[in-house]
Design a protein around this ligand. Structure first.
Ligand code: NAI
Ligand code: MG
Length: 486
């Protein structure tokens, strides 16, 4: 892909436009730190313009009165276009984010296509119910769109995160202003363009890149926005909720995690080591559900630490476009600094660094680090409590089921959890007692458009994915009473 093919403007009302201020921001390839593009920077005037376009589209007969089967067809068509352009989108994603190309092309892109198809299937099944009520009345409910949805997404899975929000929002008949993360705005811009190519009316999906404190905050405050669907850090989630209160927007928050991946001694330990490794090292550990706390039963602890360290060793750091690369570039220099500060914290708090912990370059360039394993981690240490968002595993011993559950829940977060055991009773007990929105038994990091995903506790509320969750999040219910006695 040549530089000139990278979309760098704002996508508003089905057109490329410059930002009102004319200012731009630089987007870098984290694998080389070379400039990828200067992108127009959306600020409050641009958000206002995009919201105006989204409101106009919402009120237009073309979108408001569209036959639901046609809405479904548009989403299906968009899925087809994403599939046709998958090589380009995956390349763009890898250059923007630093993740290995096989992750972008073989995992992210197929899941995005499937996501649009799943919600295409939902688009003509958005309906209410008829409800028996007292008295001579017919009562029924309508499921109507919430209105204009502001979607704010992070940089770790730029296109999948856009899809998780945009697809169900459009399926339910809303219009959208999407603000991608400032680190990774490129695939979202292309998505906006493809939506228009698929036939969505202008203004149904607008994409405005910009910074969180300006473009993001303005979207949250804007009175023309009815709902905010946010994925990002817990501290920013709190700001979003506070700011959205002023205009009482419907808010959904998918936030950080410090997810426990719990291994009992009776587990298939080979499989558990593999699962613990992909649980924390897949996607460079820049995964909200990353199994960053690996809890291992005492009797299996030492061997497990050794085996996990051996797998960490196999996480080849390299050019994200290379087939052999397993660990790509950390998304930005700032993020690498943050992750390395946790490596330092782990060392200074007395955890045992058994593998990795090194900042490295590839061909003398880029923001890379090695897969890192800390053992003998105490539950109170920073690396056991705070979201690192990098390839750093904290391995913690536990004594028995009660201790495992207590330690698993010893966190402000509750996004996901894994458990490895051959004892079905133990597995189910853990699944019931762990405070997490997703539990994986003898597996980790599984996702499907049909299965809801989101957090307990300070990992947020509301769910992405799944028909029921989408209905709750992207529609509002109207109850209609009709007197039936003449
Ligand atoms: P962030 O939460 O600041 O950014 C996520 C999105 O929110 C971006 O689009 C950003 O522009 C936007 N944003 C930031 N401030 C905003 C505001 N005041 N109002 C509205 N939107 C705003 O995350 P950041 O700073 O990129 O990463 C910091 C840490 O957050 C990471 O190290 C990681 O621990 C955590 N994080 C967790 C994510 C998750 O999926 N759970 C995703 C991204 C970050
Ligand atoms: Mg931030």
């Amino acid at each position: 892909m040549t530089e000139s093919e990278i979309r760098t403007k704002l996508w508003i009302a089905g057109e490329w436009v410059d930002s009102a201020s004319g200012s731009t921001f630089a987007v870098h390839n984290p694998a080389t730190n070379e400039l990828l593009a200067e992108v127009q920077e959306g600020r409050s005037e641009d958000i206002d313009r995009a919201v105006g376009a989204a409101r106009a589209a919402l009120a237009s007969a073309e979108w408001r009165d569209i036959n639901p089967h046609d809405r479904s067809r548009l989403l299906w068509k968009l899925a087809d276009l994403i599939e046709e352009n998958a090589d380009e989108l995956a390349t763009l994603e890898t250059r923007d984010n630093g993740k290995p190309y096989f992750e972008s092309r073989r995992v992210d892109l197929p899941s995005v296509v499937e996501n649009f198809r799943y919600f295409a299937g939902m688009a003509d099944k958005v309906h209410g119910s008829t409800i028996p009520v007292a008295g001579p009345f017919l009562n029924y409910t309508l499921r109507e769109p919430v209105g204009v949805v502001g979607c704010i997404i992070p940089w770790n899975f730029p296109l999948p995160q856009a899809a998780w929000k945009v697809a169900p929002a459009l399926a339910c008949g809303n219009t959208v202003v999407l603000k991608p993360a400032e680190q990774t705005p490129l695939t979202a811009l292309r998505l906006g363009e493809l939506a228009t190519e698929a036939g969505f009316p202008a203004g149904v999906l607008n994409v405005v890149p910009g910074f969180g404190e300006t473009a993001g905050a303005e979207l949250v405050r804007h009175p023309g926005v009815d709902a905010i669907a946010f994925t990002g850090s817990t501290p920013v989630g709190k700001i979003v909720m506070r700011e959205a209160a002023e205009t009482l927007k419907k808010v959904s928050l998918e936030l950080g995690g410090k997810s426990p991946n719990v291994v009992f001694a009776d587990a298939d330990l080979k499989a558990a080591v593999r699962g613990a490794s992909t649980g924390i090292f897949y996607g460079k550990g820049e995964v909200c559900a990353a199994g960053s706390r690996v809890l291992v039963e005492r009797s299996a602890y030492e061997g497990f630490v050794e085996a996990l360290a051996a797998r960490a060793e196999q996480m080849t750091v390299g050019d994200p476009m290379e087939k052999t690369t397993r660990l790509g570039a950390i998304v930005s220099e700032e993020q690498l600094d943050r992750v390395m500060s946790y490596v330092e914290a782990g060392k200074s708090e007395g955890a045992k660094l058994v593998k990795g912990g090194d900042r490295v370059t590839v061909d003398g360039k880029g923001n890379f680090m090695t897969a890192t394993v800390f053992a003998d981690v105490d539950a109170g240490m920073k690396i056991a409590q705070e979201e690192i968002f990098g390839p750093v595993a904290a391995v913690i011993p536990f004594e028995d089921v009660d201790d495992a559950i207590a330690k698993a829940n010893d966190t402000i977060y509750g996004l996901a959890a894994g458990v490895w055991t051959r004892d079905i009773g133990k597995a189910h007990r853990f699944a019931h007692e762990v405070q997490a929105g997703t539990v994986w038994v003898n597996t980790y990091n599984q996702y499907d458009s049909a299965s809801p995903f989101g957090g307990y506790k300070q990992s947020g509320f509301s769910r992405d994915l799944g028909y029921g969750a989408a209905l709750d999040k992207y529609t509002q219910t109207k109850s209609v009473w009709v007197a039936v006695d003449g």
